[in-house]
Design a binder for this molecule. Structure first.
Ligand code: SF4
Ligand code: SF4
Length: 100
């Protein structure tokens, strides 16, 4: 069962993720991403929006698939900066991994 944390988006500010709530889930980033992988990176942004931090911490290696090519960020119509969101989530995962 996924535990929802409504404060997750705010918690991520300290890791440089402050644009996820601007996303309106159009899916452009998932369409342009060369990974062609399970709606990545859109689904990561969505996890933040709904506070599903467990989904990210249960499978953190997904984040390391990102090539940091920047295509998602360039094409996002909301300037939600999904590429930077992925980078910030990596910082979050590393910080939480150290604490556990
Ligand atoms: S392109 Fe931008 S607004 Fe559209 S789903 Fe991706 S992050 Fe959200
Ligand atoms: S930066 Fe990462 S998530 Fe964005 S399009 Fe490139 S590989 Fe996909």
């Amino acid at each position: 069962m996924t535990v929802v944390d409504p404060g997750f988006a705010e918690e991520l500010y300290q890791f440089g993720v402050d644009t996820a709530l601007d996303c309106f889930n159009c899916g452009t980033c998932a369409a342009i991403c060369p990974l062609i992988y399970e709606h990545f990176p859109r689904k990561m942004v969505r996890y933040i929006q709904i506070g599903a931090k467990d989904r990210i911490l249960e499978n953190p290696q997904e984040l390391w698939r990102c090539l940091h090519c920047g295509l998602c960020t360039k094409t996002c119509p909301r300037e939600a900066d999904p590429g930077e969101v992925i980078l910030g989530l990596k910082r979050y995962v590393v910080a939480n991994w150290r604490r556990s």
